[in-house]
Design a protein. Sequence first.
Length: 182
Amino acid sequence: MQLSIFRGMRFVRLTDEHLIKPFNCGDEQKDLDLADFLVNNARLYAKERMGVTYLIEDDNETVCYCTVLNDKISMSVDEKHIWNRINRKINNGKRRKSYPAIKIGCLATNIHYTKMGFATKLVDFVRQYLLSDRQFSGCRFITIDAYNDKNVLQFYENYGFRFFSEKDLTANTRSMYFDICG
Ligand SMILES: CC(C)(COP(=O)(O)OP(=O)(O)OC[C@H]1O[C@@H](n2cnc3c(N)ncnc32)[C@H](O)[C@@H]1OP(=O)(O)O)[C@@H](O)C(=O)NCCC(=O)NCCS
């Protein structure tokens, strides 16, 4: 599946041979987590079959990247109301206590390219892939452990992600889900 991006930019699936271009998140801590993951861990995750990384890059920099892996969402006994909301969209006879999902393990945009729609494009890519007729296996939800940061949470909420729990209100990251069928 291809992605429509600006002229001069490329959409790449990270391989062992690919030379990763500089990436700057613009935040010291996030750079430590996200830039470090890209440079030092993304290939290892691919090699161990634990995460596949997709990049948007131009000739000089990595513009945006995401890493995806399989996941599932499961009912939490304490937060049945959230599970009921999730279940309501599922055909009655097919309701379960867990559902297949894909996790966006990392998603980050280079500070020089924020607010230009790149992160949205990568989430769109994951969603379109899951909705395509060539689906390889069943997968209904996208999940993310989002940084508990107002702007980051706002980005995901605006996209349509919902909180999976209220227990992580003050945690470093918050679990969110997105139903690809709307
Ligand atoms: C959160 C993050 C991934 C968003 O990336 P981004 O590429 O800036 O996101 P987008 O450009 O797709 O969308 C951001 C906003 O810009 C807006 N936008 C998109 N295209 C735009 C354009 N051409 N002009 C102006 N605004 C635009 C979007 O509407 C969106 O607004 P919203 O949040 O109100 O919906 C990015 O800020 C980031 O990497 N932050 C640091 C790392 C991080 O915390 N990652 C999250 C880990 S969970």
